[in-house]
Design a protein around this ligand. Structure first.
Ligand code: ADP
Ligand code: MG
Length: 301
């Protein structure tokens, strides 16, 4: 098969693992920088151009679209879909997963366990909003933050009010969430491929820190998850419409709760912690499912 990896840098761990895994299985792999793709939005003839050439004959693409280029990156994925190329994760699903509030609304509708979460627009409602999620301590989160940036723990009501006020002053969108203290600064990353959790790790925050992101100094190790956690993770990925996803869970005293669903999960931490060949499993999934025109939405919506 001819597989395109949409990634800005072939030397990134996840990208290079996917290249190796695909080549090992005899595929022709190209790394395509989505920011260098340009498109012709012509009637009935969608095409993509790259460095003076037209990109043709791809059987599948693997979007590795970073959060900072979601808008342009998903437009490129959508263009491939309109050309009938199978995308490992579809553009609509990627856009959906990038908005934390939208994701939580969709997950809650299907009864997925979530931390108690509130969202409001008017400063007049701050007091009520804090009560709604059970009062301090609360976590205040920017809707489009990643890697733990923009996630703040407000331990007292006064601190929570100040953070809410500061975010409002910056015109930022945020949500307010129950602080799941019993998680003890740990979360669980479940790597879902297709309808299975193929690897899971526990990430533990550094001493004195509640965010377990590896970018914030957290450490990762292999963990055995419960059947309930397993089904929560696979259902969450399915609801988001993602074939490959990193589903983050907290162990709360009301069961597993989903924090977020990532559409371009990093492979380095999880492969290292679990010893699993996740990149290989992703390529196998593509081999089984990539058929021209198999993209569900073909770029609609
Ligand atoms: P990001 O997209 O920046 O990674 P997350 O929502 O995943 O944002 O939050 C980052 C980390 O902060 C999580 O991995 C978790 O360790 C911690 N965290 C986030 N929300 C809560 C919460 N409500 N209760 C306890 N810990 C939380
Ligand atoms: Mg996270």
């Amino acid at each position: 098969m001819k597989i395109g990896i949409l990634s800005r840098n072939r030397r990134l761990y996840s990208t290079s693992q996917l290249i190796v895994a695909a080549e090992k299985r005899g595929h022709d792999v190209r790394v395509i920088n989505p920011l260098r793709c340009y498109m012709n939005i012509a009637a009935f003839k969608p095409s993509i151009h790259y460095d003076g050439k037209t990109l043709t004959d791809f059987d599948a693409i693997i979007p590795r679209v970073g959060a900072s280029i979601t808008f342009y990156g998903t437009a490129v994925v959508r263009q491939f879909e309109m050309m009938g190329v199978y995308s490992l994760n579809e553009s609509v699903a990627i856009s959906r997963s990038r908005d934390k509030l939208r994701s939580m609304q969709l997950l809650s509708r299907q009864g997925i366990g979530l931390p108690v979460t509130g969202f409001a627009n008017s400063p007049a409602d701050t007091e009520d909003l804090l009560d709604l999620v059970g009062g301090a301590p609360v976590v205040v989160k920017l809707l489009e933050g990643t890697q733990g940036k923009g996630v703040v723990l407000a331990e007292t009501r006064k601190a929570a009010e100040s953070v809410v006020e500061a975010f409002r002053g910056l015109d930022a969108n945020f949500l307010v969430q129950e602080f799941v203290k019993e998680a003890g600064g740990a979360d669980i990353r479940c790597l879902v491929v297709g309808s299975k959790v193929v690897a899971a790790m526990k990430r533990q925050a550094q001493e004195g820190e509640f965010r377990s992101n590896l970018h914030r100094g957290g450490s990762a190790k292999l963990i055995k998850i419960t059947p309930e956690e397993r089904s929560t993770a696979t259902r969450a990925a399915k609801i988001m419409g993602l074939n490959v996803a990193g589903v983050d869970l907290l162990r709360s005293n009301h069961g597993p709760v989903v924090l977020e669903v990532n559409s371009s999960p990093g492979l380095e931490g999880i492969e290292e912690a679990t010893g699993k060949d996740v990149a290989g499993m992703i390529i196998e999934h593509i081999e089984k499912h990539a058929k021209s025109g198999r993209t569900g939405t073909r770029g609609k919506g």
